[in-house]
Design a protein around this ligand. Structure first.
Ligand code: HEM
Length: 368
């Protein structure tokens, strides 16, 4: 009899099941592909966990989002359905709270991941597409957050969306058209909720999931980048562990910590539901978009005050777009370790971007 190719099972019956599945699905090839990758171990290895943590929060979003879908009703009943989820349905408040907290934690994790891969210079050849697909994921994650924020249609959601829409609306020429298209009319209303709902549960997942698969496939293909300080060490002083199963086990331990942080936040600080949105009521004081749009919002506000009219806002948009393009093109400017001058400039640019974002965000909150 042919010997079983099962890597795990001593038991003959289980090994036979394995062989059956393996022959048809190519499981051994998949395991070999997973085992091929080695994860470098060094003083900065901690930062390798953040992509996985972002992935964990995304999975939580899918799970809690599907549960919310069971009771959420877009359109005129949006607020009432979220009120029921929050106050009438058992554990509805917890699912909603976990979904909202996890959305924010996911954006935090993505930012940490992005800046850590930046400073480890993991955008360099051959990982450029990892960088670009990652930027796509960040953009989509922000649109996920923005579209989800409106869905409860409470006062804060309504006015924050109106304020947030000022960003795309200040794009010269196409801005007003974009505003109408996104809102589905001259003002934020039921049509907007319906559109945001379709975006949030159909269009964005349909774009995000394949892009994520591409991103993860690239990581598996190229392995984790070694930061420049490690790269120059002689081969015998470099250490690494197999991704499967060793690093994966550590990844899962991190997921457990992330789950605990989420559980504490979601249960001790339940996500609130404000009064129902009333378009005729004056906007409450201090309305602002979500924290991850605060820096753009603040730039628009400052430029708008310096150069009144559309000129200021257009300049603000231009500044942010130019910054985004430079950020996206960094793998082409600093493609490998051969040009020390460019490497240093890129690192300084990263610090400037990080400090700039923090200052603008804090300034935005202080100026409310
Ligand atoms: C939901 C969003 C994202 C998820 C789930 C995700 C997931 C991952 C995972 C699991 C890894 C491998 C482990 C690691 O190095 O951390 C990784 C690596 C990587 N990610 Fe992401 N990522 C996301 C967003 C981003 C963003 C915004 C960027 C940058 C713009 C980015 C750029 C990269 C790069 C360049 C690597 C390779 C790192 C290396 O070789 O060491 N990712 N990502």
């Amino acid at each position: 009899m042919q010997k079983s190719s099962s890597p795990v099972f001593e038991n003959r019956a289980l090994a036979a099941v394995w062989d059956f599945a393996d022959e048809r699905l190519g499981l051994s090839d998949m395991i070999a592909f997973a085992k091929k990758k080695q994860v470098p171990q060094h003083e900065h290895s901690f930062w390798y966990y953040w992509g996985g943590i972002s992935l964990f929060f995304f999975l939580v979003q899918c799970f809690t989002g599907v549960l919310l879908l069971v009771y959420y009703r877009p359109g005129v009943e949006a607020y009432e359905s979220v009120r029921q989820i929050t106050y009438d349905i058992e554990f509805g408040w917890l699912v909603r709270s976990a979904h909202s907290w996890s959305a924010n934690l996911m954006v935090v994790a993505i930012f940490v991941h992005m800046f850590s891969v930046f400073f480890m210079k993991a955008y360099r050849r051959p990982r450029e597409f990892g960088w670009w697909s990652g930027l796509g994921l960040l953009g989509l994650a922000m649109v996920f957050g923005f579209s989800g924020y409106l869905l409860p249609m409470d006062e804060l959601a309504y006015f924050a969306t109106k304020v947030g829409l000022e960003i795309p609306m200040s794009i010269p020429v196409v801005g007003p058209f974009l505003g109408d298209l996104i809102r589905g009319g001259p003002d934020v209303g039921e049509n907007t909720v319906q559109r945001f709902f379709a975006l949030h549960v159909v269009i964005l997942p349909a774009l995000f999931v394949p892009l994520l698969m591409f991103h993860l496939w690239l990581v598996q293909r190229h392995g984790n980048a070694v930061p420049p300080g490690e790269e120059i060490k002689p081969a015998e002083r470099r250490r690494s562990i197999p991704f499967f199963p060793n690093f994966l086990a550590k990844d899962l331990a991190m997921w457990l910590i992330a789950l605990n942080v989420l559980a504490v936040l979601a249960s001790l600080y339940p996500w609130e539901l404000g009064p129902q949105a009333d378009p005729l009521a004056p906007a409450p004081l201090g309305i602002h978009p979500e924290w991850y749009f605060m820096s753009q919002f603040q730039v628009l506000k400052v430029f708008g005050a310096w150069f009144p009219g559309i000129v200021g806002e257009a300049l603000g948009i231009l500044l942010f777009t130019a910054g985004g393009i430079v950020w996206a093109l960094i793998p082409l400017y600093d493609p490998d370790s051969r040009n020390g001058q460019r490497a240093r400039i890129a690192t300084w640019l990263g610090f400037a971007a990080l400090v700039g974002l923090i200052i603008l965000t804090a300034w935005g909150y202080l100026a409310l």
